[in-house]
Write a protein that binds this ligand. Structure first.
Ligand SMILES: [Zn+2]
Length: 192
């Protein structure tokens, strides 16, 4: 019968850093999850970032959702803030688009290169520290992809059994953000 296993913070730190051999990594991730593993994980990230705000969830290697005042915002480990986590952070990042043959050749020498007639590659960078945050390869003109909008209230309330102090509507606010910045009315029927 499977037994609940608890791992020390040191082991989890090595797991996060990719320092563990695959055999051990596999055993840890396929074991039953120990109940406080998420808390230990967040504790490590909290120490590493040195954030004053509480980390609610890590999003990428550099980005975190943190609780700031009554808000939940996306924040880079450099301290740069991207605002409400329900607005796609990519809309506030620096974007480098590779769309010509030559530009695509830079990163795809040889046959694997996407067809520049139909595809573009977007690289997203943090305005605060310049770190590359994400890369997406999409058909030309494709809307910016919102990779992950977590339902934090369900996660904390239903999964961890300790609801967050304030509730937020679970809704993608990216279109409202775009409309606000372009100052154009928005057709709500297009947003979901
Ligand atoms: Zn940054």
């Amino acid at each position: 019968m499977a037994q609940e296993t608890s791992y020390s913070k040191d082991v989890l730190e090595d797991l996060i850093d990719g320092k563990l051999p695959w055999g051990i990594t596999k055993r840890i991730i396929s074991d039953l999850k120990d109940s406080d593993r998420f808390d230990k994980y967040v504790e490590i990230l909290q120490e590493r970032t040195g954030f004053e705000e509480r980390i609610l969830l890590p999003l990428t290697e550099h980005l975190y959702i943190v609780e700031k005042g009554g808000d939940r915002i996306v924040k880079c480990d450099c301290g740069y803030e991207y605002g409400d986590y329900r607005e796609n952070w990519k809309l506030k990042a620096l974007i480098d688009v590779l769309e010509t043959e030559d530009e695509l050749d830079e990163i795809y020498p040889g046959f694997a290169k996407p067809n520049a007639e139909f595809c573009e590659i977007r690289r997203y960078y943090c305005p605060g520290c310049g770190a590359q945050l994400e890369v997406e390869s999409v058909p030309r003109g494709y809307p910016i992809i919102f990779d992950f909008l977590p339902d934090l209230d369900a996660f904390y309330g239903d999964w961890l059994g300790r609801p967050l102090s304030t509730k937020k509507e679970f809704k993608d606010l990216s279109y409202e953000f775009i409309a606000r910045h372009l100052k154009v009315p928005i057709d709500q029927s297009q947003t979901m």
